[in-house]
Design a binder for this molecule. Structure first.
Ligand SMILES: C[S@@+](CC[C@H](N)C(=O)[O-])C[C@H]1O[C@@H](n2cnc3c(N)ncnc32)[C@H](O)[C@@H]1O
Length: 267
């Protein structure tokens, strides 16, 4: 007689134990796999906030996802929450205005080759492009930044990646730093950090002369082709943005916007 209720009780306990409650990690994974590209970024940011989705969660998502449109969307949303600081530290240097992340992602997707592992942002601002480049498959990203405040903001936001040695942020003047830094890098990126065209040409010349064989330089605001042509004795084209490649001591260029890459020798 007593056995029956006991059996029912045991069965109920078993069923309760088996009823699965989702862990926060599972909830986040489910959320990320159900994102709609139509959801406005602000709405998505709020949802990410309430689920405590972190930069590391999005980085991990990007390592697994093959879909560039989704990656682009989540990178843009998650880094949009990081502070910025818009004040010139030197009148001839630019403020920390960020280059459009969607355009940056498109250029990287187009030009990054599988052998490109290291990335350098010259004038890295709040660190947005350092983070995005890791999400797009670089294994090491280095930032050079003149503004102490922006170095602090970016180091603070990216501390987990700095601890893992995936990101390094150096407080330095790109014009004065030892040129060896440019020899280590596969893809150097610039959003013209200096207002003065002559000084900007000096910086680009320093990078081009020191970057390694096969390396790329992505320049998203190329307003100084005349000054650079004069100082390097080469015919740089008048383009708003440009990708430069060094191969066997020679330089080649393509428009950063070209969908089909067509390298032209600089002479
Ligand atoms: C226009 S912002 C670009 C920020 C970021 N790279 C991006 O593309 O979104 C230029 C950054 O370069 C930094 N900068 C300007 N001159 C510099 C120099 N000589 N050395 C290092 N950083 C510099 C500024 O402080 C600013 O943060």
């Amino acid at each position: 007689m007593l056995l029956k209720p006991l059996l029912y009780g045991a069965l109920a306990c078993l069923l309760l134990c088996c009823e699965k409650t989702e862990s926060p990690a599972e909830i986040k994974t489910k959320f990320l796999s159900n994102i709609s590209l139509k959801t406005p970024n602000q709405v998505l940011q709020k949802q990410m906030d309430s689920l405590k989705v972190s930069l590391l969660d999005i980085y991990n998502y990007c390592q697994k996802s093959q879909d560039s449109a989704y990656k682009n969307k989540v990178i843009t949303c998650i880094y949009g929450k990081v502070d910025n600081y818009l004040q010139e530290e030197k009148p001839e240097y630019e403020q920390g205005i960020l280059y459009d992340l969607n355009k940056f992602n498109a250029v990287l997707m187009n030009f990054k080759a599988p052998q490109h592992k290291t990335f350098l942002d010259v004038g890295s601002g709040n660190g947005e492009k350092l983070y995005a480049s890791l999400c797009w498959g670089f294994t090491k990203s280095v930032g050079l930044e003149y503004s102490k405040k922006l170095v602090q903001i970016s180091q603070n936001a990216l501390q987990e990646f700095i601890q893992q040695k995936q990101i390094d942020i150096i407080h330095a003047d790109a014009l004065k730093i030892q040129p060896e830094i440019y020899q280590e890098i596969d893809v150097v990126y610039l959003f013209s950090p200096i207002k003065d065209n002559k000084i900007m040409a000096q910086l680009t010349e320093k990078i081009l002369k020191n970057m390694k064989e096969g390396a790329l330089l992505l320049e998203m605001r190329f307003g100084y082709h005349k000054e650079l042509s004069k100082s390097m004795g080469l015919n740089f084209p008048k383009l708003t943005d440009i990708v430069l490649k060094k191969q066997q001591g020679k330089y080649y260029y393509a428009s950063a916007q070209s969908l089909k890459i067509n390298w032209t020798l600089l002479e």
